[in-house]
Write a protein that binds this ligand. Structure first.
Ligand code: SF4
Length: 234
């Protein structure tokens, strides 16, 4: 569970604010399910491997992009300028850091597919889950487990990809449109900035305010702040 407590009560009451909390709970449930599946079946990524991120950049829905944008604003504000000014044309995820042992600088805020990759099942045409092991994971047997063999192969079953992607789509009011991460993230940063400005202006009457959702060095600071506290925006 991420700490979105610092972003202020007014933001939490907005559609975007509620969505962040809902998605946080959904991500927690998924992460827990994957952790149990990995532990019980002794599956883990090879140490230092980041091949999936170096060859792939996710498409994300609006809720995923908003979640990641809020995470960046709150926890990784030093990345904001890099994200906005990004001109990278390299293949793979533009956030991937090959030389960084952690590889993903936004790990706790990463999108859905990044959480699900390698450790979830996929429903087949009959709607039954099947599983394929990442080709970079060692195995003595087959890499593919069909739906009939799932219970024999795994003591604990993996979460099913479609189950979570449809729930995220539900949070997006059923809109399935997804956008490459580098574009979606800039758009969400811009949206949250506009929301921050709006909410700041909304509380300039002296109501209770909190948070520093947009740090001073972020490069996308709202132009108006609460008059009683220069470090507060909401
Ligand atoms: S957001 Fe992070 S985990 Fe997802 S593809 Fe990019 S570097 Fe990898």
């Amino acid at each position: 569970m991420l700490q979105f407590e610092g972003i202020g009560p007014r933001f939490r009451q907005t559609r975007t604010g509620k969505l962040l909390y809902d998605l946080d709970a959904l991500y927690d449930e998924l992460d827990d399910g994957i952790a149990v599946f990995q532990r019980e079946n002794n599956l883990t990524c090879p140490q230092g491997c980041g091949i999936c991120c170096s060859q792939f950049e996710p498409d994300v829905t609006e809720p995923e992009a908003d979640f990641l944008a809020a995470y960046v604003m709150l926890y990784k504000p030093d990345l904001i300028k890099t994200i906005i000014e990004n001109r990278s044309t390299k293949a793979g995820c533009f956030l991937f850091r090959e030389t960084d042992p952690q590889h993903c600088p936004v790990y706790s805020g990463r999108p859905l597919i990044c959480r699900m990759f390698a450790f979830t099942a996929v429903n087949d045409k009959q709607g039954k889950p099947r599983f394929s092991l990442c080709r970079h994971l060692p195995t003595a047997g087959s890499r593919h487990v069909n739906s009939e063999d799932m219970s024999k192969a795994f003591s604990i079953q993996p979460p099913v990809m479609q189950h979570y992607s449809s729930r995220v789509t539900g949070l997006a009011n059923g809109l399935q449109e997804s956008t490459p991460l580098r574009m979606a993230l800039v758009r969400s940063l811009d949206k949250l900035r506009a929301l921050a400005v709006y909410l700041t202006e909304d509380v300039l009457d002296g109501s209770t305010v909190q948070t520093d959702l947009l740090p001073e060095d972020s490069g996308i600071i709202p132009t108006r702040r609460h008059p009683n506290n220069r470090n507060r925006y909401f």
